[in-house]
Design a protein around this ligand. Structure first.
Ligand code: HPA
Length: 268
C-alpha cells in the first residue's frame, strides 16, 4: 500500500520533494490554508481515511514556505477515532518516502504542570507512551528502521534549543516539557492527571506519540510543539469541553503560526 500511496501522491505533485513535514493539531490547521500550492483531500489518497473531527480538515497540503518545501497534514488520524495504530502512523511513513527529513508534530494538549496557562506553547522535550500500544508492533520494515529502535533522543536537545532560540528571536515565550499520550477520547479524571504529573508529565494529549515513534524509528528529526489549551482535569476547577480547547487554540494560533514559519525559515 505504501508504494501505491507514494506513487499516487507523486503523480499529483510531480517533482516537488518536501524536506519538512508538519502535522497540524486541533485548531492549528490554518497554516495550510495560508500556504497552499497543491492540496489533496485524504478521501482521494489510497491508504488514507476521510477524517471528520471538529477542528480538522482532512487534506495533505504541499507548499513552498519561507524558501523550504513542506508537506502539511491538515488534520491527523487519531487512535480514538477507531483507526488501527498502523493507520494513525501511515502518513508519517508516506512522508518519509516522499523525502521528509524533519517532522514537526503539533497538538492541542492539557496542561499538567501547574505553572502552565491556557494558550501557552510547549516544546516537547520527551514523551511517555501511555496508549497501551506501539505503532511498531508487527513485522518490521528493516529498510525503514531497526527492530528495536533507540528512543533516548526522539526530540533532540539541539532542536529543542534551536526552537527556544527561534521563539526568543520573535518574542514568543515557550514552555518546555514531557508530553504523555493517552488514547482518549474521554478526557482524564483528576486522579489520572495526578498520576500523569507523578510519572513526570507536563502535558497530556491524545496524539503525537505514535507519529513521533515512527518518525524517529525511520531516522527523521522530530520537533514537537503542544498548544496547552486548558489546565488538565482537577488542576482547573472548571469542567472541560472540546469547544474550550478549540477556543484556546484559536487564541494561540497567531503566535503558533509565527513560531512555525520562523522555525521553517531558520532550520538547516
Ligand atoms: N487532555 C487530553 N487531551 C487534550 C486535553 C486534555 O486536557 N486538552 C486538549 N487535548
Amino acid at each position: 500500500m505504501l508504494e501505491k500511496t507514494v506513487e499516487f501522491i507523486k503523480s499529483k505533485v510531480g517533482d516537488f520533494v518536501p524536506e519538512i513535514g508538519i502535522i497540524l493539531g486541533s485548531g492549528l490547521g490554518d497554516l495550510a490554508d495560508e500556504y497552499c500550492d497543491i492540496a489533496i483531500n485524504y478521501s482521494e489518497i489510497p491508504g488514507f481515511e476521510a477524517t471528520a473531527v471538529s477542528g480538522h480538515k482532512g487534506r495533505l497540503v504541499f507548499a513552498e514556505l519561507n524558501g523550504k518545501k513542506v508537506v502539511m497534514m491538515q488534520g491527523r488520524f487519531h487512535y480514538y477515532e477507531g483507526y488501527s495504530i498502523q493507520k494513525v502512523v501511515f502518513p508519517v511513513k508516506v512522508m518519509k518516502k516522499l523525502g521528509v527529513k524533519t517532522l514537526i508534530l503539533t497538538n492541542a494538549a492539557g496542561g499538567v504542570n501547574p505553572s502552565f496557562n491556557p494558550s501557552d506553547l510547549m516544546i516537547i522535550t520527551d514523551h511517555i507512551n501511555f496508549m497501551g500500544t506501539n505503532p511498531l508492533i508487527g513485522a518490521n520494515d528493516n529498510e525503514m528502521g531497526t527492530r528495536f529502535p533507540d528512543m533516548s533522543e526522539v526530540y533532540s536537545s539541539e532542536l529543542v534549543e534551536f526552537v527556544q532560540k527561534v521563539g526568543d528571536s520573535i518574542g514568543v515565550d515557550l514552555q518546555e516539557g514531557v508530553y504523555m499520550a493517552l488514547t482518549g477520547p474521554s478526557y482524564e479524571t483528576p486522579a489520572e492527571v495526578r498520576m500523569a504529573r507523578t510519572l513526570g508529565a507536563d502535558a497530556v494529549g491524545m496524539s503525537t506519540v505514535p507519529e513521533a515513534i515512527v518518525a524517529s524509528w525511520a531516522g527523521m528529526s522530530v520537533i514537537g510543539i503542544s498548544c496547552i489549551c486548558n489546565s488538565a482535569a482537577g488542576i482547573s476547577t472548571v469542567g472541560l469541553t472540546h469547544e474550550d480547547v478549540i477556543r484556546a487554540a484559536n487564541i494561540a494560533k497567531s503566535k503558533f503560526k509565527r513560531l512555525i514559519t520562523e522555525v521553517i525559515k531558520k532550520i538547516k
